[in-house]
Write a protein that binds this ligand. Structure first.
Ligand code: MG
Length: 254
């Protein structure tokens, strides 16, 4: 146990040093946590990639299921704009984008219900018990998942503590979603952690200046999170829930 604690402390110290070097923030005074949804709070990425692949294949757009893991974190409209030129010369207008996204949402809803990410409830509970303000920051507009939050994470993400596709002009990898999340939390980058599972989301978190944690919950290799600039990379959500108390005790002294 002592060895495990020491290992966690070493990992966190090294990560905090990296964050201090890149941001110039002197210390992390943890008061807020901005948390991604798909692939972080819910094990939903397999369904998202399957729904996107079905939609785009029906539109005659060549694509693979796995490539949609790389676009994870992007707003749906951005994913449609990215793939559309593979088949069509004219850019899709906002009506067409809305229709296509509604179809993708429908295909998603036809798949088996998504499960809570193992370890994520413990992670959120630890933050809440420490009095840290939890904020949802997602590029998703998928109502069927958003509606589950209150039941699966009671008290964590009430109205007024959610940034979704509706609240931002520029989605991840732009830092805007996380900057707006910090505004909701009333915290600065030196008081905030970002919890992500996708490289695009990690880039957004890093650009926001917050201490950014990548949790590997899918098939994306560690090197992609290193390239994205994550301050701390953890290989599963249960492993992050184990490390979190050490991070909280180190960075949350008030
Ligand atoms: Mg995600």
């Amino acid at each position: 146990m002592q060895d495990t604690d020491n290992r966690h402390t070493d990992l966190i110290d090294a990560a905090l040093r990296r964050w201090t070097e890149r941001t110039g923030c002197r210390r992390l005074d943890l008061k807020g946590a901005c948390i991604d949804m798909d692939g972080t709070l819910y094990d939903s990425m397999r369904n998202h990639t399957a729904a996107w692949h079905r939609l785009m294949t029906e539109q005659g757009i060549p694509c693979t299921t796995d490539e949609f893991y790389l676009y994870e974190g992007c707003m749906g409209a951005d994913t449609i704009r990215r793939l559309w030129p593979r088949r069509y010369s004219e850019a899709p207008d906002s009506d067409l984008i809305a229709r296509l996204y509604a179809m993708k949402s429908q295909y998603f809803n036809e798949l088996p219900a998504v499960a809570i990410m193992p370890g994520a409830q413990a992670m959120v509970r630890e933050l809440m018990d420490a009095g840290i303000t939890t904020i949802l920051v997602t590029g998703s507009g998928q109502a069927s998942v958003l509606e589950k939050l209150d039941r699966d994470y009671p008290g964590a993400f009430p109205d007024g503590r959610r940034i979704t596709a509706r609240n931002v002009t520029h989605g991840k990898p732009d830092p805007e979603p996380y900057i707006k999340g910090m505004e909701l939390a009333g915290t600065s980058p030196s008081e905030t952690i970002v919890i992500e599972n996708a490289p695009i989301g990690v880039i957004a978190g890093v650009r926001s200046g917050a201490f950014t944690i990548a949790v590997q919950t899918g098939p994306i290799p560690r090197v992609e999170f290193e390239k994205a600039g994550a301050d701390l990379i953890v290989d599963s959500m249960p492993a992050f829930a184990d490390i979190l108390p050490s991070l909280i005790s180190k960075a949350h002294n008030t």
